[in-house]
Write a protein that binds this ligand. Structure first.
Ligand code: DUC
Ligand code: ZN
Ligand code: ZN
Length: 484
């Protein structure tokens, strides 16, 4: 009789292409059989009882224990960050090994491995942040690291300690093209932000809500267009990260119309937050600091454009951009004091645990996207884009047994989200009070039950590092040109 480590029975399985009910047999952390009434014995049996089962989430953009140079401090390390991910149905994360100017990329990678080892509870891969693209970096380090499984590179067009000029971005894109890596671009015009910030501060407009005024949509639109032009010139794919609204979306739509392999990411903050959240409460103006991120959340009309981009196929992935700064404490949002001007407040919002439940509730169950698109955006596409598919990102024989069994609540039974429910180390959630109609009942990571019915159970260090293959470009934005 065939023996399995685990059989998950009566699963209502949803992948990008299929929806069907079956049993899933797991051995050695992998899915080894999918069948109706699967025969055999198992060390452990779980009954999904007809509940929806999706592939574990792949969060392609998170910041965990990332070193900083301005005194700010990410609250989540690899243990608390991956714990929080697992409790929200995510089983693979891709944080960033950050190169400091004047240092090598290899140093960044070695340091980041030390931070992750012995702590992560789910599997992880690294993107590389290149802030100093010397010849040695582009001609020696990048090719070697890409070969070793670090196949995605992030570059910044803003932030003084990270930003690259156009010529430097071209050098990185050329290396990415030659060696088959994916380049992620943070697209905001640095000089515009610097000038606007100066004007606002001189006028005494320092409260958190002026963060949005310092980075209006034109700043993102211009940089998005420039990033697309550089990618066209180099004939290489790019992913525009954290797209916030209409005008950047229009640039991406334009690029697609030209047949360019330009991929796009958005994040829950652009679906659920707006500029009002940065300063709606006149009695507590600093509360808005919790929603400061870049690009900033826009207005309701822009939120709708982002939703449209999810349903239309324009967006390739939805990531959290989990940037876990607490409000209080050393290195937190308000470490500069209650009067700190917006430009001294660390940028970013936490969201690694709420990404899937919010999108399931307000996307799938509210009828804005279907379950197949949900799986594509949150799991399959990020896995393909970053060279982890089909080990990650689907439910198939041979894939890792990374699975989410969902609890879905009737409209009248929705749960109210509070930060006390979450498992990150951050002292707030920007989504406090939102109504949730779904939450993972069970999360399996390589067949291990890491989250079940409100209990987290995984040993620090049980997550594995994943070397990535070169990107497999998702099929709904098929590229042209010489790259493939
Ligand atoms: N913006 C970034 O570029 N990184 C972290 C978070 C944020 O808001
Ligand atoms: Zn960014
Ligand atoms: Zn980020």
């Amino acid at each position: 009789m065939t023996h399995y480590d685990l059989i998950l029975r009566n699963a209502d399985i949803a992948t990008v292409g299929d929806r069907y009910t079956a049993d899933i047999g797991v051995r050695g952390g992998r899915i080894v059989a999918i069948a109706q009434a699967l025969e055999g014995e198992a060390s452990e049996t779980l009954d999904a009882a007809g509940r929806l089962v999706t592939p574990g989430g792949v969060d392609g953009h998170v910041h965990l224990d990332q070193p900083t140079s301005d005194g700010s401090k990410f609250a989540d390390d690899f243990f608390t960050g991956t714990r929080s991910a697992a409790c929200g149905g995510t089983t693979t994360v891709l944080p960033f090994a950050l190169q400091f100017k004047g240092h090598s990329l290899q140093e960044a990678v070695d340091d980041y491995h030390r931070r992750a080892e012995g702590k992560a509870v789910i599997d992880y891969a690294f993107h590389l942040i290149v802030s100093d693209p010397t010849k040695d970096v582009t001609q020696r380090e990048l090719p070697a690291l890409i070969e070793q499984g670090y196949t995605s590179i992030k570059v910044y067009m803003t932030y003084d300690d990270l930003k690259l000029g156009d010529r430097q971005i071209i050098e990185v894109l050329a290396a990415a093209r030659k060696h088959g890596a994916m380049t992620m671009i943070h697209a905001e015009n640095s000089d515009c932000i610097a000038w606007l910030t100066e004007q606002l501060l001189e006028a005494g407009l320092t409260a958190p809500r002026y963060h949005s005024s310092s980075r209006p949509m034109a700043v993102e639109r211009e940089a998005t267009h420039r990033a697309i032009a550089l990618a066209e010139l180099l004939d290489t794919p790019i992913l525009i990260v954290h797209v916030s609204g209409r005008e950047a979306i229009e640039q991406i739509h334009w690029a697609r119309g030209r047949g360019l392999p330009v991929f796009a990411e958005t994040c829950p903050q652009y679906l659920f937050l707006s500029a009002e959240d940065l300063g709606i409460d006149p009695d507590h103006p600093m509360k808005g600091a919790g929603c400061i991120c870049s690009p900033p959340p826009r207005d309701k009309a822009n939120q709708q454009f982002v939703w449209n981009g999810l349903s239309s196929g324009l967006f390739t992935i939805v990531s959290s951009d989990h940037a876990p700064f607490s409000m209080g404490g050393e290195g937190g949002k308000l470490a500069g004091g209650e009067e700190a001007s917006f430009d001294r407040i660390p940028n970013g919002v936490p969201g690694i645990e709420t990404r899937l439940p919010l999108l399931m509730s307000e996307g799938v169950l509210a009828g804005r996207i279907d379950i197949h698109r949900f799986v594509e955006l949150t799991s399959t596409h990020p896995a393909r884009l970053y060279g982890l598919y089909p080990r990650k990102g689907t439910i198939a024989v041979g894939s890792d047994a990374d699975l989410v069994v969902w609890d879905v609540f009737e409209p009248g039974q929705a749960r109210t989200l509070t930060n006390t429910m979450l498992h990150h180390a951050v002292d707030y959630t920007p989504y406090e009070g939102m109504q949730l109609r779904a939450w993972p009942a069970i999360t399996l990571s390589r067949g291990r039950t890491v989250w079940a019915n409100g209990v987290f159970d995984a040993a620090p260090g049980s997550g594995e590092f994943l070397p990535c293959l070169r990107p497999q470009v998702p099929r709904n934005a098929s590229p042209i040109g010489k790259w493939l």
